[in-house]
Design a protein around this ligand. Structure first.
Ligand SMILES: *Cc1c(COP(=O)(O)O)cnc(C)c1O
Length: 284
C-alpha cells in the first residue's frame, strides 16, 4: 500500500482542491473576470483553498458562508479573510437557496459580475482537473482509494482508471443517497471508465463533521505508525475504512493499494478549537 500525498501538492492550495480549482481559475482569468464567488461552511476546505488560489492568481474572492459571523473568526475563516477573501454570512435558510437564480441575481447586483464556483467546487472543469490526479505510473496499482464529499474527485479519478483497476470511494456523509448522486454525476459528465468503482457508505462515523473516540484514536495511531497526519472529516475516515476492509480480507492477496491523501489538514486547527481534541500537528 502506498499513499499519494496530495496534501503536499502545493505550498498553499493543498489537496484535491488544487485539482478542482486549477481549470476553474484558468477559465476565470482567461475570460477576464476580476473576482470569483463561491459558497461554503464555516470550516470549509474549499473556502480556504479558494481564498489561497485566488490570491496566487491575483483574483478577488468572495465567500458566501453558511451561518452567522462569530467573533473571533475560526482559524479557517480568519485565514481566508486575511488573504483578502470578502466574507458574507447568510442564514441557513437563505443558504439553502444558493443554487437558485434569485440568490445569484442578488449577488450580481451586490458584487458585479463574478466567476461562479459551486459549493464544494464540483463542476465540469473541476472534474477535468481531478482526472489528472492519477498518473500513468499509477497503473500498477490494483486498488485506488479516495474520499467522497460531493464526488467530484471520485468522478474525475474514475475517468482516468486503467483497465483492471478499481477505485474505492469512502463517503464522509451519512446515507445511501450518495450512490444515486454519484451515478447522476457520472452520467451528466459522460464518464465511461475502463476500470471499476465501488462506494462505501458505512465509514461516516455518525455523519459529516461527526466523529468518535475510535476515529481520533485511529488518527493518532496512524500518525505514530507512519508519520502522516490525517484529518477527522475525510482522510481519517477513509483510512480507518481501509484498515477495516483489510481486517475483513476485502482485498485479495497480491492487491496493490494506492490511497489518495486528499488534504484537508487546514481544518485540524479549527477542529481542535471547536472540540478541544488535540490532533497530530502538520508535518512536512
Ligand atoms: C473537499 C474534500 C473532499 C471531497 O471532495 P469531493 O470532490 O467533494 O468529493 C475530500 N477530502 C478532502 C480533504 C477535501 O477537502
Amino acid at each position: 500500500m502506498a499513499v499519494k500525498r496530495l496534501d503536499l501538492v502545493h505550498l498553499s492550495v493543498a489537496g484535491n482542491k488544487f485539482y478542482k480549482l486549477k481549470y476553474n481559475l484558468e477559465a476565470a482569468v482567461s475570460n477576464h473576470f476580476d473576482k470569483i464567488l463561491t459558497f461554503g461552511g464555516a470550516y470549509s476546505n474549499h473556502i480556504y483553498a479558494t481564498a489561497e488560489a485566488a490570491k496566487v492568481v491575483n483574483l478577488k474572492s468572495i465567500g458566501i458562508i453558511r451561518g452567522e459571523r462569530v467573533e473571533p473568526l475560526n482559524p479557517t475563516l480568519a485565514h481566508a479573510e486575511s488573504l483578502g477573501m470578502d466574507l458574507h454570512f447568510v442564514d441557513r435558510s437563505t443558504y439553502k437557496l444558493k443554487k437558485e437564480a434569485s440568490l445569484l441575481e442578488d449577488a450580481v447586483k451586490k458584487f458585479g459580475s463574478f466567476y461562479l464556483i459551486p459549493e464544494g467546487g464540483t463542476n465540469e472543469l473541476a472534474i477535468r482537473g481531478t482526472s489528472e490526479i492519477l498518473k500513468p505510473e499509477d497503473n500498477s496499482y490494483s486498488h485506488i482509494t479516495t474520499c467522497i464529499g460531493t464526488g467530484g474527485t471520485f468522478a474525475g479519478m474514475i475517468n482516468s482508471l486503467s483497465r483492471g483497476q478499481k477505485i474505492l470511494g469512502f463517503s464522509s456523509l451519512k446515507g445511501n443517497f450518495i450512490h444515486a448522486e454519484i451515478k447522476e454525476l457520472l452520467e451528466s459528465h459522460q464518464i465511461n471508465s475502463e476500470g471499476d468503482h465501488q462506494i462505501f457508505d458505512q465509514f461516516h462515523f455518525g455523519g459529516y463533521g461527526k466523529y468518535n473516540q475510535e476515529l481520533i484514536d485511529f488518527i493518532w495511531w496512524f500518525f505514530e505508525s507512519f508519520g502522516i497526519v490525517l484529518d477527522p472529516i475525510y482522510t481519517g475516515k477513509m483510512m480507518a475504512g481501509i484498515w477495516k476492509l483489510i481486517d475483513e480480507d476485502f482485498f485479495p492477496i497480491g492487491s496493490k493499494i494506492l490511497a489518495i491523501h486528499s488534504g484537508g489538514l487546514q481544518g485540524n486547527t479549527g477542529f481542535t478549537a471547536r472540540t478541544g481534541i488535540k490532533l497530530p500537528s502538520l508535518s512536512r
